[in-house]
Design a protein around this ligand. Structure first.
Ligand code: DX5
Ligand code: ZN
Length: 213
């Protein structure tokens, strides 16, 4: 299992230190939640802060856009050379065009599905993307309860991926812990995002990451 801790649950007063801790603790990606206060009822960070995150990180950034104007934000974050940029399918009129744009910038494109969105919605995008992110909470906040229907969705998505693009990864985001990670793995999930589980673990971030792996 690949692990992408979400820095949303980090201490923003000591962000560089908290990014270094997850990188030294064995994470695979650093998950960065970008919220605009419109697509979701919360506001997080822009390129000035994410630039500092990129400097502190030894792992690729996994930028999760929760915004209304995806193209604008892709242009804003592209100079930081993240590993992945993901955008919500619910908020994009021309997802195929945006996928091509992200790819042309040398970044791996990923698409995000909210809890209600069926995997079939992106069947004909699968050949062109490197990862699908399934939300297991409603986007906007860390520390929410895991929505179990994501397990069935991951299984259905896995079948579509086997048919269309077996190299495409499945990532799950929201309420992930050391218990539900086992079910996620069995459903074919490759990457888990975990914010509060990692940063609030009583034995520290390295132990938390190891337990998810
Ligand atoms: C929610 C974000 C998540 C969040 C996960 O909108 O996309 O990445 O930080 O936090 P936990 O793991 O605490 O649910
Ligand atoms: Zn996220």
């Amino acid at each position: 299992m690949l692990v992408a801790p979400s820095i949303l649950s980090a201490n923003f007063g000591a962000l560089a230190k908290d990014v270094e801790a997850i990188c030294e603790g064995g994470c695979d990606l650093v998950h960065v939640d970008v919220m605009d206060g419109h697509f979701v009822p919360n506001l997080t960070i822009g390129p000035v802060v994410v630039e500092s995150v990129a400097e502190a990180s030894t792992k690729p950034l996994d930028i999760h856009l929760m915004v209304e104007n995806n193209t604008f934000f892709v242009d804003l974050f592209a100079p930081l050379k993240p590993g992945f940029i993901s955008f919500h399918i619910e908020e994009e009129k021309h997802p195929h065009r945006l996928v091509q744009k992200i790819r042309s910038l040398g970044i791996r494109p990923a698409v995000v599905l909210n809890p209600h969105t069926p995997p079939e919605a992106i069947e004909f995008l699968l050949e062109d993307i490197d990862m699908v992110l399934l939300m297991s909470v409603n986007p906007g906040f860390g520390g929410q309860k895991f929505i179990p229907s994501v397990i069935e969705k991951a299984k259905r998505l896995k079948a579509l991926i086997e048919k269309r693009n077996p190299a495409c990864l499945i990532e799950v985001d929201g309420g992930v812990n050391d218990v539900n990670v086992k079910e996620l793995e069995a459903a074919g999930v490759d990457v888990v995002v975990a914010g509060s589980y990692v940063y609030k673990h009583p034995e520290g971030v390295a132990k938390a990451i190891a337990s998810l792996k």
